[in-house]
Design a protein. Structure first.
Lengths: 331, 303
């Protein structure tokens, strides 16, 4: 089921014309006062104004949101908006010229590049944080500690008939395997299927999909043979209810932690997170200032948004990219 | 003559009929009533459960910060839904502004002027009924393709309210038509016979009589719009925005989108924040609803 259905739309009534007038009056009154108070009180960079539109991956959104919030604290005249159309949906809007910055939980793809090229949209790719995909099982699961990528593939590949833990490993007990995971629109789904099954989007279909990772948390926490996967922060927020598996990507079992994700030893389920600023938007001082702020404070932003900050090599690369951008777009 | 005689009357007069009627009915009648109550209970109990659950979940966050503060990803305890509340009010206000006049005029045309024998009028009618059943996400695609991109309105309050107007227009038209049709034909004939023009008849007789029904229909239609998240998500309704709309050209978010966004956050504080936003959505609905009922009652006295 699509996740919007889970909003439980209340079936209750609203009102006709006379009400509209009242509502609009109220709205314009409040709207006016709020916009008035938003301007002024300039700091060092506080003279900047304008609107910056960010859209894209819902995974990256907490990062961009945190960045926007901190940035707006220092630059009250700038309005940053963050949307969550998904990585693909974000690039579609980005390449149509509708947004300034696109959030992405995977690098831009060939057809998206072509779409951007067609509309003369040029852009930069900046990696701003790391994310680990954690594979979790039920707290009462005392037999599974570490799975190899081959075992994960056996479970999750298209057409997989593995429905019991003892089919994963003969040493495991007879326990029904219940699978939970993200829906097919998710960048997490794309990344996991690519890393585990070798092809993006190739997955077994017999599992309980949800766009809301909290549903996956509940599912795994509620069934003894449950297994699911999602971004590391969802595990860390639900440590009491879940158990995380170590993953053997060929060099032994590694547990996903900030450290192993950051240094790249947790593989292949660590992934980079990107922002794609549009080149023509970078010529606008407020967008350039925002991207600068985002890059310079990437560690703090990642921490606040519960992601894994860049390691030194990545940070050095990012700084180099920023320097180049500053030279190109004059600052 | 006292009441005992009255009570006795029918029994004495038609004993056989009464016997026939009562024969074997009590348990069926009771069963029927029981099923009526059970059906009623399904709705009421679920609504009750939902309300209790939501309020309990929302309790720690039901304070003024939710009304006065803006979304805050870093510190959930300081987060609020002001931009979403104002966005919802703006979007629904404009939706009503666009769809009610158009819907009412269409309904008047179809009921009072259109010749149902003509194929094009029948085609319009069938189309409207079909449109009422189209999934809302389809209107989102339409809004994105035509209103946002084609007309170049972008991801603004204007685009959102036009899209929602299209979404609820069929419902408004159908409900308004029902209300107009319910006005007795004799009223129209009397008005016309007294020398009123068709316009005068509609404006002074038919519409005042139909207003309560039209209002009810509009209420139901707009209530569908206010809870709608899917088409607005597709339009690029924003999940993080720290300013209120200032006009139809503003970027916006609405409560359902904000709720959706908070529910899917990893930190549990956001879940109670989402519950608090749901409570606010319910309160807004209730307030508008009460106002509408009041309006409806007021008008229905006149006729």
């Amino acid at each position: 089921m699509k996740s919007h259905a889970s909003l439980r739309r209340p079936v209750a009534p609203v009102a006709p014309v006379a009400l509209t007038a009242v509502v609009l009056l109220a709205a314009s009154a409040c709207g006016g006062s709020a916009s008035g108070s938003a301007s002024g009180d300039g700091g060092v960079e506080g003279d900047l104004s304008g609107t910056i539109r960010v859209d894209g991956s819902s995974t990256v959104a907490p990062l961009s949101t945190a960045a926007a919030q901190l940035f707006q604290g220092e630059n009250p005249g700038v309005r940053v908006t963050v949307g969550t159309s998904g990585t693909g949906g974000g690039f579609e809007k980005f390449c149509a010229g509708e947004t300034d910055i696109s959030d992405a939980s995977r690098p831009i793809e060939a057809d998206e590049k072509a779409a951007c090229q067609q509309n003369d949209i040029t852009y930069e790719e900046l990696q701003i944080a790391n994310d680990g995909l954690s594979v979790v099982v039920n707290k009462d699961n005392d037999f599974a500690e570490c799975l190899t990528i081959e075992q994960l593939k056996k479970i999750w590949e298209p057409g997989s008939k593995v429905n019991n833990w003892n089919q994963v490993d003969p040493k495991f007990p007879d326990e029904k395997l219940e699978l939970f995971g993200p829906g097919t629109d998710s960048g997490t789904f794309d990344y996991f299927t690519e890393a585990v099954n070798g092809e993006e989007g190739a997955s077994r279909t017999e599992y309980s999909p949800s766009e809301d990772d909290n549903v996956t948390v509940q599912g795994v926490a509620g069934s003894k043979g449950g297994m699911g996967y999602f971004g590391l922060s969802y595990y860390e927020e639900n440590k009491d209810e879940l158990k995380v598996l170590k993953i053997d990507g060929g060099d032994g079992c590694v547990e996903p932690t900030s450290k192993t994700v950051q240094d790249g030893s947790y593989k292949p389920l660590s992934r980079p997170l990107f922002i794609y600023p549009k080149a023509s938007s970078l010529d606008k001082p407020e967008v350039e200032a925002f991207v600068e702020y985002y890059v310079e404070n990437s560690a703090e932003i990642a921490e606040k948004a519960l992601f894994v900050p860049l390691n030194q090599t990545q940070q050095a690369d990012l700084n180099k990219d920023l320097k180049r951008l500053q030279e190109q777009h004059g600052s | 003559m006292g009441s005992p005689v009255l009570d006795k009357g029918p029994e004495a007069g038609v004993p056989e009929v009464r016997r026939l009627k009562s024969d074997g009915t009590p348990w069926r009648e009771r069963l029927f009533q029981l099923s009526l109550w059970a059906s009623l209970a399904v709705g009421v109990v679920f609504l009750g459960c939902l309300l209790v659950y939501i309020v309990v979940e929302a309790w720690p966050r039901l304070n003024f910060r939710i009304l006065t503060n803006f979304p805050d990803i870093i510190d959930p305890s300081q987060a609020g839904a002001q931009s979403a509340i104002m966005g919802t009010i703006w979007v629904i206000g404009f939706t009503a502004l666009y769809c009610l006049p158009v819907g009412f005029l269409t309904a008047i045309y179809l009921e009072e002027y259109a010749d149902p024998e003509r194929w094009w009028n029948r085609a319009v009618e069938i189309n409207i009924q079909n449109l009422a059943a189209v999934p809302s996400i389809v209107y989102g695609i339409l809004g994105l393709g035509i209103i946002s991109r084609g007309l170049g309105f972008g991801q603004t309050v204007l685009t959102a309210s036009l899209t929602l107007s299209l979404l609820v227009l069929p419902t408004v038209i159908i409900a308004a038509r029902e209300a107009i049709r319910a006005v007795p034909q004799s009223i129209r004939e009397a008005s016309l016979a007294l020398g009123a023009t068709q316009w005068q008849t509609i404006w002074r007789q038919v519409l005042p009589a139909a207003v309560p029904g039209m209002a009810t229909g509009s209420i139901l239609a707009l209530s569908r719009a206010i809870g709608e998240a899917a088409p607005l998500l597709l339009l690029g309704g924003l999940t993080f925005i720290t300013f209120n709309p200032t006009g139809p050209e503003s970027a916006f978010t609405v409560l359902p989108i904000q709720i959706f966004n908070w529910i899917s956050q990893s930190r549990s504080e956001f879940v109670s924040l989402a519950a608090a936003a749901i409570v606010i959505l319910l309160v807004i609905l209730l307030a508008m609803n009460s106002l509408a009922i009041w309006l409806r009652n007021r008008y229905s006295h006149r006729w």
